[in-house]
Ligand binder design. Structure first.
Ligand code: NAD
Length: 289
C-alpha cells in the first residue's frame, strides 16, 4: 500500500517507520524540516505539502497536536484527497471535529475515521499502540492490514467521534487516578505503610488501575519520570474532558476538582515535564512520593 502520514512527530514518526519496515511505501508531510529530514534518511518519501501528499496516496494517517490543527489541515486538503480514500485521525482530538470531517468526507468522496491511540512514543515505535476506533465499519475493516502493523489492540467503540469520546474518558480516568493513587500512598505512609507495600496491596485488590499497576512501579516510585507523555499533553486532555462535559451538559463534580489540580494548582510543574510528575502537585520543592 502507499500510505501518507501528516504530522510526523513522536507518534506519527513511529507509525511511519513501522509501516515502512512492514514494506509499505510511505509519504510523509510535516512543516518541521528536521523531522522530515530524519524520516527521509530512514527511507520515507517527503511531500512538499499536505495537499501534494493527499493527491498521491489512498490512505492518510493524521497525528497532529489538536483538533483545531486537524480541522485546518483537513480544510486545506479536502479537495486534494482522492476519491475512495480513507483518512485515519490518530490525534487526540474532539468528537465534534471528527463528525464534521466525516461530513466533509461524505461531500468529497472519502471516509474519515477517528482512531486515537494510547501507549506513547515507545508503543508507536514498536507497533504496539492501543487504538479506539469510531466511524464507518467498512472503512475500519479496509484499514485492518494497516492497523495490524501499528497496533497491538483495537476497539471499535461506535460511529464517527466515538473513538475520541472514549479516549477522552480514558485519559480523564488516568489523570484522576494519578492524583488519587498519590493521595492513597500519602495516607498509607502517614499510617506507617511503605509505598511499595501499599501498592502491592492495592494491586491485589479492587482499587487497582493502570496507574497503580503500571505508572507507579515504572515511572513514579523509582523517580524515573520518563514515560514520554508530557504534562502539556495531559493538560490538553484534561481540558478536552471539561469541554466535552460542557458541550454534552454533563456535570463532573469529582473530576472538576482534580482538573483544577492539573490546570491551575500545579503550575510549578512545566508542560514539558513527564505527566506522572502531577503526583507532586502540592510539593513545591520537596519530593514526598
Ligand atoms: P508531536 O508534537 O511530537 O508531533 C506533532 C507533529 O505535528 C509535529 O511534528 C508538528 O510539526 C506537526 N504539525 C503541527 N502542525 C502541523 C500542520 N499544520 N501540518 C502538518 N503537521 C503539523 O506530538 P506527538 O506526541 O507525536 O502527539 C501527536 C498526537 O498524538 C497528539 O494529538 C497527542 O495528544 C497524541 N498522543 C500522544 C501521545 C504521546 O505519548 N506523545 C500518546 C497518545 C496520543
Amino acid at each position: 500500500m502507499k500510505i501518507g502520514v501528516i504530522g510526523c512527530g513522536n507518534m506519527g514518526g513511529g507509525m511511519a517507520r513501522q509501516l515502512l519496515a512492514a514494506g509499505h511505501t510511505m509519504v510523509c508531510y510535516d512543516p518541521d524540516a528536521d523531522t522530515l529530514d530524519k524520516l527521509q534518511a530512514d527511507g520515507v518519501k517527503a511531500a512538499a505539502s499536505a495537499g501534494e501528499l493527499a493527491r498521491s496516496v489512498q490512505y492518510i494517517i493524521l497525528s497532529l497536536p489538536k483538533a483545531a490543527v486537524v480541522e485546518a489541515v483537513m480544510q486545506e486538503i479536502g479537495s486534494d484527497i482522492r476519491q475512495g480514500s480513507i483518512v485515519l485521525d490518530t490525534s487526540t482530538s474532539e468528537p465534534a471535529t471528527s463528525q464534521a470531517m466525516s461530513e466533509l468526507g461524505a461531500a468529497h468522496g472519502f471516509s474519515f475515521i477517528d482512531g486515537p491511540v494510547s501507549g506513547g512514543p515507545s508503543a508507536a515505535n514498536a507497533g504496539t499502540m492501543t487504538m479506539l476506533l469510531g466511524g464507518e465499519l467498512s472503512a475500519i475493516e479496509e484499514l485492518k492490514p494497516l492497523l495490524d502493523i501499528i497496533t497491538a489492540k483495537t476497539v471499535i467503540v461506535g460511529g464517527s467521534g466515538a473513538g475520541h469520546a472514549a479516549k477522552i474518558a480514558n485519559n480523564m480516568l488516568c489523570a484522576a487516578n494519578l492524583v488519587l493513587v498519590a493521595e492513597a500512598i500519602r495516607l498509607g505512609e502517614a499510617s506507617g505503610v511503605q509505598a511499595q507495600d501499599l501498592l502491592e496491596g492495592i494491586n491485589a485488590g479492587s482499587g487497582r488501575s493502570g496507574v497503580s499497576e503500571v505508572n507507579f512501579p515504572r515511572w513514579v516510585l523509582n523517580d524515573a519520570f520518563d514515560s514520554g507523555f508530557t504534562m502539556g499533553l495531559m493538560r490538553k486532555d484534561v481540558g478536552l474532558a471539561l469541554d466535552l462535559a460542557k458541550s454534552t451538559r454533563v456535570e463532573l463534580p469529582g473530576f472538576t476538582e482534580i482538573a483544577d489540580l492539573w490546570l491551575n494548582q500545579s503550575t510549578h510543574i512545566s508542560d514539558s515535564a513527564d505527566f506522572n510528575e502531577i503526583v507532586k502537585y502540592d510539593d513545591r520543592g520537596n519530593d514526598s512520593v
